[in-house]
Ligand binder design. Structure first.
Ligand SMILES: Cc1cc2nc3c(=O)[nH]c(=O)nc-3n(C[C@H](O)[C@H](O)[C@H](O)COP(=O)(O)O)c2cc1C
Length: 289
């Protein structure tokens, strides 16, 4: 089950287990570790197609667009198409920033823009296209499914409402209902923290995504997929982060993530938050340079 080979669109995958899109968390170093550990697909966090920031895509991720018009998509795909496995469109982001920019969850009523965006992506690439939604009213769900079916190869479902954010239980029945409303393969996302839970969800859904339980713990993917590979620690992250010259603030953020299960982790995290360089991070974490 956890190692069944599978496909999204024309893309063959060695298993149905993906790294969920996570803004700020999914930097290139972290994504590379998740891939090595066994995730068959990595999602990036939200990316505006008009961004001018440098993008590191060596892990060939699914690139997640967040926008409310097709502006810049054609040019973006022309520039990056060879470097990605495919694209996703975000309709789930619940944040105040998304609200202000009228993107993510806050554009679920803007079906005209949703269709224009998906159509533009679809007509500029042969690669797989997915869409990621949250729990929303049934009327919206039905309308969005209708559009998605014209352009997408799969649908990601994180069945929490916008008001819930990331807390409270995911509503499995919502994900099940989406499954009955569409023939699109479903990528289920929400509270999968171990192998038994992954197996359970894969009985019902085509693919699963792992989000929070991978934060600071890329090894969750080797645990779920039984991949025989060494356990990665913060030093593995740091080596890659240095290779890509990631900012120290990002490295520190991930150091804090990697210590979340350490004994006395709240004290360690506080010390890490005050660290001024890599050496200090390693010393606090009891790791040799
Ligand atoms: C820190 C963080 C950042 C996230 N950023 C994104 C994002 O950029 N795009 C997106 O579609 N979902 C985002 N999500 C939602 C996750 O992809 C996932 O659907 C959700 O966390 C539920 O899965 P989990 O219980 O495995 O974490 C984010 C979640 C977290 C915790």
């Amino acid at each position: 089950m956890v190692n069944r080979t599978t496909k999204i669109g024309n893309l063959k995958l060695k298993n149905p287990i993906f790294l969920a899109p996570m803004h700020q968390v999914n930097d290139i170093a972290f994504r590379l570790l998740c891939k090595k550990a066994g995730a068959s697909l990595n999602y990036t966090g939200l990316i505006n197609p008009q961004t001018r920031e440098p993008l590191f895509l060596e892990d060939k991720p699914i690139l997640q667009f967040a926008c409310n018009s097709p502006k810049g998509i054609k040019e973006f795909i022309k520039k990056y198409d060879k470097q990605v496995k495919g694209y996703d469109f975000n309709l789930g982001c619940p944040s105040p920033h998304a609200k202000k920019s009228k993107i993510g969850y806050f554009m679920i009523n803007n079906t005209k823009a949703i269709e224009e965006i998906l159509k533009t992506i679809r007509s500029n690439t042969k690669k797989p296209l997915t869409i990621k939604i949250r729990k929303m009213p049934e009327e919206n769900t039905k309308k969005i499914i209708k559009i998605a079916e014209k352009y997408c190869d799969a649908m990601g479902v994180h069945p929490r409402t916008q008001a819930q954010g990331y807390s409270g239980g995911p509503d499995l029945n919502f994900a099940r209902q989406v499954k009955t409303l569409t023939k699109l393969p479903i990528i289920y996302s929400g509270n999968i923290n171990n192998k038994p839970q992954a197996q359970e969800m894969l009985k019902e859904f085509n693919f699963i995504m792992i989000g929070r339980s991978s934060i600071g713990n890329p090894n969750i993917f080797s645990e779920i997929t039984n991949k025989k590979i060494k356990k990665f620690d913060f030093k593995d992250y740091l080596n890659l982060a240095k290779k890509y010259k990631l900012y120290f603030s990002q490295i520190k953020f991930q150091a804090i993530n990697f210590t979340r299960d350490f004994e006395g982790s709240s004290k360690i995290r506080h010390k890490l938050s005050l660290a001024k360089n890599e050496q200090e991070l390693l010393t606090i974490m009891n790791l040799k340079n």
